[in-house]
Design a protein around this ligand. Structure first.
Ligand SMILES: Nc1ncnc2c1ncn2[C@@H]1O[C@H](COP(=O)(O)OP(=O)(O)OP(=O)(O)O)[C@@H](O)[C@H]1O
Ligand SMILES: [Mn+2]
Length: 528
């Protein structure tokens, strides 16, 4: 009896263990089966996100000076209006962007980790002595604008335009809105200072302030709008025309290439990382094309081009010489449209600008050569073009650098404004060696520039890493990273090419590095 019951007990125990193992095996795949549908293609993610109401687009309340102070100390606000600091950015990035939908989160985990490590690299970069060299005090004549000490009553406009705030500015900078502080901070050598406390409030307002007017910007080849804000600030609006991973069509000449909103934003970040500060701050924003453009525009040229697409998206196209037609309309999803907003420079009546033709400009014609000014002409995909200086950032790959602008007030002795970067970041798979023509021909580079470029080629400050991190602060980063990974990788590759070009120059020439550090030492006062 005893041995029988032992056999029964043993077989019962065996059956229980077997059933348990079977259950565990069956439930394991069930547990790991994705509950959510298969990952949608990125465009769908984008569309869904664009449909969701983004708080960052809504009107912002009146700016409270207390919070302006806190944001001026290196903090900025997130989409919900919470004050976000750089360290918050670090932790939210390392948490793998918990607020993102599943698909984006899974794809984004690696990226979030690289953003987090990039943020500390970015901090270290801006803390590096090369980015903190003492600068001489700015003499009175090197400021672009001056505040009038007293405004006569007759000069004051008593009328408050509808939708705008009542202005109560005086000569004290604390009463000025960020855009005005930006204008007053422009000097002979840069648009804004290093570690500018005004940068966060300025970009935050561009991204969130109510748009009271949107009119087409005349001139130029593609649709652009000038947007106005209640505190009289203005921004240049360029709409999204291309997905981030698309490349410029190889059969398009550069002048018919689309302007990309993300390129405008990325160029601003790159310019700041390279230490130039010559591009007006630009941020991304999801704009409601009905509420924020159609309803507020007084420009009939824009208003009459609105229509609803077959899938129910609201589109418009305006009037311009390229891509302003129904076939090339810019469309909301269904109303939200990604765009870049760049802060406007002071009006030309206050600060006139001089336009210089680039000696390395490319031909604007499909059949003619550009007249070359003392530079060699070579063949470029079947068409001869003059070699183009492009811009001081050879790695932006902007072929649209046909002219430069400077502020008239500063004559020849000033920096070049780097406006209009919409055609940058067009291709990542191919480099354009002709862009390096100015460097190859002149073989001259400032020591500070050269040292910064070398710093950015080191793993601990890698250009792609600091760019990825810097761009993660942009409001549109939550929709999709502003630059795709291949574009970031292309930056590192192109930086290497630039440094190799300088090395080749050094083998050929003696006087390649212009020592601007020596002159700095001479001008700096011990206190400065
Ligand atoms: N942030 C800005 N503030 C003030 N003016 C600006 C700003 N950005 C551009 N502009 C002015 O507007 C003009 C047209 O802008 P932009 O060059 O971006 O347009 P575009 O259509 O690309 O022109 P193009 O076809 O000539 O390249 C510029 O030449 C410049 O004078
Ligand atoms: Mn352009």
């Amino acid at each position: 009896m005893r041995s029988r019951s032992r056999t029964i007990c043993l077989s019962l125990a065996f059956i229980t263990v077997f059933l348990y193992l079977l259950l565990a095996l069956v439930s394991l795949p069930i547990h790991h089966q994705p509950c959510d549908p298969p990952l949608p293609p990125r465009t769908h993610v984008l569309r869904d996100l664009a449909r969701a109401d983004h708080a960052s687009v809504g009107p912002s309340g009146p700016t409270d000076p207390a919070h302006r102070d806190s944001s001026s100390k290196g903090a900025n606000k997130d989409a919900k209006g919470r004050v976000r600091t750089l360290s918050d950015g670090l932790s939210s990035a390392s948490q793998g962007k918990m607020n993102m939908p599943g698909g984006v989160r899974r794809h984004g985990t690696d990226r979030a980790e690289s953003v987090a490590s990039g943020l500390s690299k970015l901090e270290a970069l801006f803390d590096h002595p090369l980015y903190n060299m003492p600068s001489p005090p700015i003499p009175e004549e090197d400021w672009l604008l001056k505040v009038k000490p007293k405004i006569k009553a007759s000069e004051k406009s008593s009328q408050i335009k509808e939708g705008y705030e009542d202005v109560r500015w005086n000569s004290s900078s604390t009463s000025h809105p960020p855009w005005l502080r930006f204008h007053l901070g422009i000097s002979r050598w840069q648009l804004y200072p290093r570690r500018d406390p005004n940068m966060d409030p300025l970009t935050e307002q561009l991204a969130t302030q109510r748009i009271v007017s949107a009119v087409q910007k005349s001139g130029g080849t593609q649709l652009k709008l000038v947007m106005s804000f209640p505190n009289y600030g203005q921004a240049m609006f360029k709409p999204m025309k291309q997905e981030r991973d698309e490349e410029t069509n190889y059969n398009l000449y550069y002048f018919s290439d689309f302007e990309r909103h993300n390129a405008e934003i990325a160029a601003f970040h790159l310019d700041r990382i390279l230490g130039y500060r010559r591009i007006p701050p630009a941020v991304g924003r999801l704009v409601d094309v009905v509420e924020e453009i159609k309803r507020v525009t007084t420009d009939r040229k824009v208003a009459r081009t609105f229509f609803t697409s077959p899938v129910g998206n609201v589109c418009f196209y305006g009037q311009c010489s390229y891509y302003c037609s129904t076939e090339h309309a810019v469309c909301g999803r269904p109303r939200k449209l990604e765009a870049s907003l760049a802060v406007m420079l002071p009006d030309l009546s206050l600060a006139s600008r001089r336009s210089w033709r680039s000696p390395w400009r490319r031909s604007y014609s499909r059949s003619k050569l550009a007249k070359s000014v003392g530079v060699s002409v070579f063949s470029y995909r079947g068409t001869s073009v003059s070699q183009n200086l492009q811009k001081k950032h050879p790695n932006v790959c902007n072929m649209d650098r046909h002219h430069y602008e400077t502020f008239e007030k500063f004559g020849n002795n000033t920096f070049l404004l780097h406006l209009d970067n919409g055609r940058a970041f067009g291709r990542h798979s191919k480099d354009e060696p002709s862009i390096l023509a100015p460097l190859e021909q002149c073989c001259r580079i400032r020591r500070t520039t050269w040292l910064r470029l070398r710093l950015l080629s080191l793993p601990q400050f890698r250009l792609s890493d600091v760019m990825r991190a810097s761009l993660s602060h942009d409001p549109l980063h939550s929709v999709a990273p502003l630059l795709s990974e291949p574009h970031l990788a292309a930056l590192d590759r192109r930086l290497k090419t630039v440094l190799e070009t300088v090395s080749r120059c050094e083998k050929r020439d003696d006087d390649v590095i212009f020592d601007d550090m020596a002159s700095l030492k001479d001008t700096v006062t011990p206190a400065g």
